[in-house]
Design a protein around this ligand. Structure first.
Ligand code: PHE
Length: 454
């Protein structure tokens, strides 16, 4: 029985392409368009990009293959998956915690993700009503500060975004997730290309290119490497079960390795395109590339407010940012929803309501960290910064480390071999060595370096 590939109780993607769209939708999100440019800016540009791409290649892709494989083999939520896998391999029951950690990381991530996605939603309307029109850097910053300074306003947009996310997830795999990504993903890509086209006309394109691709290794500290690695996990949606649960809905004849490489490549291309759209605008307007999380909310609007056709481009840009965020948000919460359904105590809709409410409540912490709690800091970080650091830089790499160890050393080899079905046994060996040695050692070394042992 165990060997049979039954469909997951939650449903299945209708094709390989649907999975690619959904997983790319999960990967491409605020991480690419909002986070990648500002952390690249904060960490010195080109060298950071190089370290990040290295992490994607030797750690990200092998772990993405591993996660999809664990998901498709078990066809369950990460919690159910880890329970089944542990039993099959006769492994220590503590491995169950890996599933739990993923679900919890998902709830934490979505809580702040939704707040930032709420900003993007609000900015669609600001763009539409011409709020950026003619504004200089100071006006736009003031607009941003007034906006983030109001807890009620942020709460409103956070609520709206969470509502939309949970509404899509409640419709199920084919009618909810898949339908959404089929519509949202192509538009996002077209718009990014248009924006890069615009960036080429700003006169500072070469400066942007230079910033993104000219490595200056003096900027690379241990912490910068950790941030690059954490971002590789975050942007590929790895280490918390999102790709695992999407893998659980994958038809059995699809090549996991091929699709994973495709998805990782698409994700990195979008991140680089986003950088190529944003940095030239930053430099052309004499702004700081290292201005932090506000970067795209404080720099791009200046261009939108002053360029010909900027009104329309501005609206479209923020619409697309919302789209990108939505296709990611639905994957962040899916592990929790799938697990609740598997307990047999909830139908999908009720599961969505409860998990959505939990995330919404947690999100208030992030809402307040931009205003009423702005001065409350632990380790010099606000609640939002702490959550971001805890999830992206710690929980996801630790989750990824455990996934690599589990799939390389613990899971029965006959299962991973059958699931990956490589045409050439050498490829299997290569993957196995990457998840057995390269990825875990890499993650471990980065951690050692950060705690100061290396
Ligand atoms: N990959 C998404 C992004 O780059 C965020 C995400 C993280 C999605 C973790 C799912 C899981 O925005």
């Amino acid at each position: 029985m165990m060997e049979m590939k039954k469909q997951s109780v939650h449903g299945e993607w209708s094709s390989r392409f649907a999975f690619i769209l959904a997983a790319t939708g999960s990967a491409v999100g605020l991480g690419n368009i909002w986070k990648f440019p500002y952390i690249t800016g904060e960490n010195g540009g080109g060298a950071f990009v190089l370290v990040y791409l290295m992490c994607v290649l030797v750690i990200g892709i092998p772990i993405m293959i591993a996660e999809s494989m664990l998901g498709r083999h078990t066809r369950q939520s990460p919690i159910g998956a880890m329970q089944q896998l542990t039993k099959e391999a006769n492994a220590d029951v503590h491995w169950h915690y890996l599933g739990w950690m993923g679900v919890i990381a998902g709830l934490l991530i979505l809580s702040y993700y939704s707040v930032i996605a709420g900003w993007a939603t609000a900015y669609v309307f600001k763009a539409f009503f011409g709020s950026f029109s003619g504004g200089d850097a100071r006006d736009i910053k003031e607009l941003f500060d007034t906006f983030t300074g109001s807890p009620l306003t942020l709460m409103f947009w956070h609520t709206l975004f969470m509502g939309a996310t949970m509404w899509i997830v409640a419709q199920g795999i084919k009618d909810g997730l898949e339908r959404a990504v089929r519509f949202l993903m192509p538009g996002l890509f077209v718009l990014l290309v248009v924006l890069v086209g615009y960036a080429m006309t700003t006169g500072a394109y070469a400066q942007g290119l230079h910033f993104l691709f000219k490595p200056d290794f003096s900027k690379i500290t241990g912490n910068a490497v950790l941030i690059a690695m954490g971002h590789a996990f975050f942007t590929l949606s790895l280490g918390m079960g999102a790709i695992m649960v999407y893998g659980a809905y994958l038809p059995k004849n699809v090549s996991i390795a091929q699709t994973s490489i495709l998805i990782a490549a698409a994700d990195s291309i979008v991140a680089l395109l986003a950088g190529l759209a944003i940095f030239p605008i930053v430099f052309a307007n004499h702004l700081e590339p290292s201005s932090g999380p506000g970067l795209i909310f404080q720099t791009l609007p200046i261009a939108f407010g002053n360029m010909t056709g900027g009104w329309l481009i501005g609206i479209l840009f923020f619409v697309m940012l919302v789209f990108a965020a939505l296709t990611s948000a639905i994957s962040v919460i899916e592990p929790a929803v799938a697990w609740l359904v598997e307990t047999d105590r909830f139908d999908r809709k009720t599961a969505c309501i409860w998990s959505g409410l939990t995330v919404w409540l947690l999100g208030l912490g992030t809402v307040f960290s931009f205003n009423v709690w702005a001065d409350i800091k632990v380790f010099d970080k606000t609640f939002f910064q702490l959550l971001d650091y805890l999830t992206a830089n710690l929980m996801l790499p630790i989750g990824g480390f455990c996934i690599a160890i589990f799939s390389g050393w613990i899971m029965l080899q006959k299962h991973s071999e059958a699931e990956l079905a490589f045409s050439n046994p050498l490829y299997y060996r290569l993957w196995q060595n990457l998840v057995r040695y390269v990825a875990p050692v890499g993650i471990f070394l980065v951690f050692l370096h950060v705690v100061g042992v290396l």
